[in-house]
Each structure stands twice: as C-alpha cells, then as structure tokens.
Write a new protein. Sequence first.
Length: 302
Amino acid sequence: MSHSYSISHLGQLESEAIFILRETAAQFERPVLLFSGGKDSIVMAHLARKAFWPAKLPFPLMHVDTGHNFEETIAYRDQFVKDYAAQLIVASVQEAIDNGRVVEEKGYNASRNALQTVALLDALEAGNYDAALGGGRRDEEKARAKERFFSHRDEFGQWDPKNQRPELWNIFNGRKQHGEHFRVFPLSNWTEMDIWQYIKAEKIDLPSLYFSHEREVVKRDGAYLAVTNFIQLRPEEKVEHQRIRFRTIGDATCTGCTFSVAATLDDIIEEVAAARQTERGTRADDKRSETAMEDRKKTGYF
C-alpha cells in the first residue's frame, strides 16, 4: 500500500495532505469526503486510504449528483466505491427538484450546476456531518485561492472569505457552534501538474474521459461541449466529430472539453506543462459573472 518518496515536492504534499486528513478524523465527529469522480477527489480518496491503512476509510463518500453526468463518471464512481469498500451517499439534485427545494433552469444554457448547493447542504444536515472534505485547490480559481485548509461555514452553510481563521505552524482550529460545519481542503497547496504527476507515480486509475477520445461536440460561447441528452441545441449550432479530452469533469451541461491527442499520462503531463489556459477555463458555470465562483461558495457551494 505504501509508496516510498524521498523528501521531494510530491512527498511533502502527500505528507501534508495525510496530516490534514488525520486531523479531520481527530477533530470532527462526522466527517464526509465529497467525491465527484474527478481527478482531485480521486487523489484525495487515495490519500485517505493511505492515511488510515490498513483500516477502512473512517468516513463515507458523498457524490452530489446533478443527474446530468457523463456515463463514464458514474461507472467509474460505482467501481471505485466497490474497490475501496466505501460507503456511498448520493445527494440528488433531481430529488431536490421533485421535492420543490429548487427550480430547474430553462432555456438553451440551462444547467443544474448551481442547484447542487441545496442538495449538498440538505445532505450534510440530514447526515449531521460536521466536516466535508473537498478536493479544491488554490490554483484552480481566484475564489478558491482564498480558502483555508479548515474553512468555516456558518449554520446556514455560508462562507465568509473575510472571516477566516489563521493557520499557523500547522495548527488548525475546528471549533464551531452547533449547526455549523467546516469544509476541509487537503489538496490546497497542490497544482494541476502536481495532481497529474502524483497520479502517474501512484498508478491511479482514472475515468476514460481524461484521455483523448472521439466524441460529438458543439461549440457554444467559445467553448466546446459534449453533445448529450441534457443539452438543447440551438438551430444554428452544428455538431462536430472531434478528438478531445476533459481536463476537469463536472455537470455535462457546463463542462467544456479541449482538443487533444493526449492518450497517456505522459502525454497529459506534457500538455498541461504547455497549457496557457487554466483547467476551469472551459467551465461555463464560472463565466456567468466575474465573481460566479465566489458568489456560489458564499451560499454553500463546494
């Protein structure tokens, strides 16, 4: 199970993340690990297994399911849970819609991405979870750069970026009032390149979406989206058959792809090294406003 590292960059990042995971298990009564089937949550779950090996994971995995997923993601998720002998909790956006908790968007640009917040907060409250481990990294987006390792949320699940606790000398303050909880980000100091290099070093399996493959796509607002049953095509939009891959995996209605022939981890690492756009640069949900991510995070988003 163990993989030997010298005091290298990846070794330091691994040690830091494992320390955070163990601190979470020690300080909180009911932590849960948010698992999307994306590379960051996969690495976080892999680190958690190393942190507590040979015991099983001391917390369940939670997938916030928009209902607009790639088939490959769900297939990977179910196999991953089986391989890890983990408990899976599904927070369903469709269920939130059916129960009148949220109203589904209409129109060509309709997406369920923003509706995940209500499903997530409802699931955290229902399970009485006091800490939610997320795979967010500070290099992804400017709002995520403001997060601490232990990021406080009030009794409404809201985040105040101006009221974050200092984290000095690896001392983390998980004290909270009844009804409050924390989001914990063990991968805060990792970059996209670190993630890929670690995946290669640890030989971690990934969903096939991350590797070059042929798929029908459509260009919309400067990005290419995969053609799925969830996307309503405009009359002027033309479906193209292209060789692509995904740098980030999320709701199919707002997750853009990139043209790529990168079919191996070495190819992907080389491609990422030369990239001039961030991995979330093709995410339509981040482009709805200048502060789209921060606005969603303030209301309880990941």
